[in-house]
Ligand binder design. Structure first.
Ligand SMILES: [Zn+2]
Length: 91
């Protein structure tokens, strides 16, 4: 995973020197980084046998990795998470 610091350092390296090739590559990294800053809803992590959500377990919609707790950011990929209107759906 590329984090914001990697992208920042890469951009500093290219400062004052522009090429289309660099632009496309860096643009992909920047778009990816910005997308991870925009909060998205975590997906309830359902038990494959019962179909019910595992207690307080969620799946990141960006990297599809599971995590526990209502985190502000996925600790696998850094995706910002939105918990507005989220609830356990076992009720
Ligand atoms: Zn993630």
């Amino acid at each position: 995973m590329r984090d914001l610091k990697d992208i920042y350092l890469k951009l500093k390296e290219y400062e004052g020197r522009y090429s289309l090739e660099m632009y496309d590559y860096e643009r992909t990294l920047i778009v990816d980084a910005i997308e991870r800053l925009i909060p998205v809803k975590a997906i309830p992590n359902k038990n494959s046998l019962t179909g019910k959500q595992e207690y307080n377990y969620w799946v990141c919609p960006n990297c599809n990795q599971a995590f526990a707790g209502m985190l502000d950011y996925c600790y696998h990929c850094g995706q910002a998470l939105d918990w507005k209107d989220s609830f356990y759906d076992n009720e």
